[in-house]
Write a protein that binds this ligand. Structure first.
Ligand SMILES: Cc1ncc(COP(=O)(O)O)c(C=O)c1O
Length: 430
């Protein structure tokens, strides 16, 4: 690990000489307009911008066996990442485990259920991936101050990577964001502000302050590079499955960067000939019925969402009433012949508990919603017994400790204890 950390944080010797090694250009995701990779971008005509690579050159420069000799980290397939060599801001983003879950699978009648567990990344969630790349790029463009609206985990991650990079960070989060997210951002030195409102209200404040405060807006999909970080979930998954992708990916969808990023990863891997172009997974976007703008648009056959009013869910990462990349999420679902499903809000805590107890993986509420989705889709036959299914656990229950109902029995050692009574109190659990 020590060697790994040193490697990724060596001085900026060659930061600018090979900036464009494999990135060919940027592109407006909606309009297809070509944009230069040489300058820092936000959005194009109000919509996200994506990074394009010279994939012919990538295919010539690296092959699948080359990866064996490389460290098992998020940066492994660096030919498909935009960060110039030497400009990496890293906290040690190892590849995350892919865990077979036979006990959980059996409950839903599935033979091949896997969980990709992102909780062990440096900031305790998959947001490390996006922020590692976005902050590396921001720093390499000379940015000194960054700001972010967040549902929680992205703000904690941005604060940590900004601290690592020596940048000033501003984080705006809804006032009822989990305390751990507030704490981690504050501890990392960010200026943390609690906002009476939701993530899009925070987003408006970050946008409104940009000129006056001279900060760079790191909102989801308002800069091109967080997608590239999240893309590494797809790159990693493909390698872990020996370049044969699973049949179904079940992903908790808020702003959608992860789903969009993985879909982009698969397209790029197919283009360089590493995976079969006709065997992509069906992508399932999971939301809570308390905030389901993507599911509503999917059900109505639309490509763009309307704001979901009165959004509320314990799965704070899913409490995104409006996603700037709505059409990118819905396109990926459609192209993959996937679907979008909303699960019962009132059952999310139950799924957290039962899934964690079944496998020992600490499920965050967002991914507990995915457990509900798998149950629903297996029940109605959309997911079949032999399908290979991967569910993303994007964070862990630990981050939501203050939000979970917990009422444990107490014992006073001074009282005499009736062991039979104690056993029968817990009997239903076994
Ligand atoms: C734990 C968790 N799961 C899922 C999501 C949604 O992720 P995405 O923005 O990639 O849709 C978030 C976003 O905050 C999150 O924190």
């Amino acid at each position: 690990m020590a060697i790994f950390r040193e490697n990724f944080n060596r001085p900026h010797r060659s930061a600018h000489t090979n900036r464009f090694m494999f990135v060919s250009h940027l592109e407006g995701a909606l309009s297809g307009t070509t944009l230069s990779a040489g300058e820092q971008h936000t959005t194009h005509e109000g919509r996200p911008i994506i990074v394009r690579y010279d994939l012919d050159r990538v295919a010539k420069a690296v092959s699948r066996p080359d990866l064996h000799a490389r460290a098992d980290t998020m940066w492994k397939l660096r030919e498909l990442l935009p960060v110039p060599t030497g400009a990496e801001v890293s906290l040690g983003e190892h590849a995350t485990p892919i865990l077979r879950c036979n006990r959980l699978g059996a409950r839903f009648g599935l033979k091949n259920l896997w969980v990709k567990d992102e909780s062990s990344l440096p900031t305790g969630s998959f947001k490390s991936r996006g922020q590692a790349i976005a902050i590396s790029m921001a720093k390499s463009f000379g940015t000194k101050r960054v700001a972010i609206p967040t549902a929680g985990n992205a703000g904690g991650a941005m604060a940590a990577y900004a601290a690592r990079a020596g940048l000033e960070a501003w984080v705006m989060m809804p006032e009822d964001t989990p305390v751990v997210n507030q704490l981690e951002a504050w501890l990392a030195g960010a200026n943390v502000i609690l906002v009476k409102g939701l993530i899009d209200d925070c987003g408006k404040l970050v946008a409104a302050g940009a000129t006056h405060m001279d900060w760079f807006d790191m909102s989801t999909l308002k800069e091109p590079y967080r997608i590239e970080g999240k893309k590494t979930m797809g790159l990693e998954l493909a390698e872990q499955f020996n370049w044969k992708l699973p049949d179904v990916i079940v992903y908790p969808t808020g702003g959608g960067t992860g789903l969009i990023g993985m879909w982009k990863a698969f397209a790029e891997l197919a283009e360089i000939g590493w995976i079969a172009p006709d065997r992509f997974p069906r992508m399932v976007a999971v939301q809570s019925e308390g905030c389901a703008p993507i599911v509503r648009a999917f059900d109505q056959g639309k490509r763009f969402c309307e704001r979901f009013e009165n959004a509320e869910t314990i799965a704070r990462g899913l409490r995104v009433p409006y996603a700037l990349g709505d059409f990118m999420i819905l396109d990926a679902i459609a192209e993959s012949q996937g679907c979008a499903v909303a699960v019962q809000e009132s059952r999310i805590q139950e799924w957290m508990k039962t899934a964690t107890a079944a496998e020992g993986i600490s499920f965050c509420p967002e991914s507990a919603a995915c457990i509900g989705a798998v149950e629903m889709l297996a029940d109605d036959g959309w997911i079949q017994r032999d399908d290979h299914v991967v569910l993303f656990n994007c964070s862990s229950a630990r981050k939501y400790a203050d939000m979970i109902d917990l009422d444990l029995p107490k014992i006073d050692p001074a009282d005499s204890l009736d062991w039979d009574q104690l056993r029968s109190a817990f009997a239903s659990k076994h």
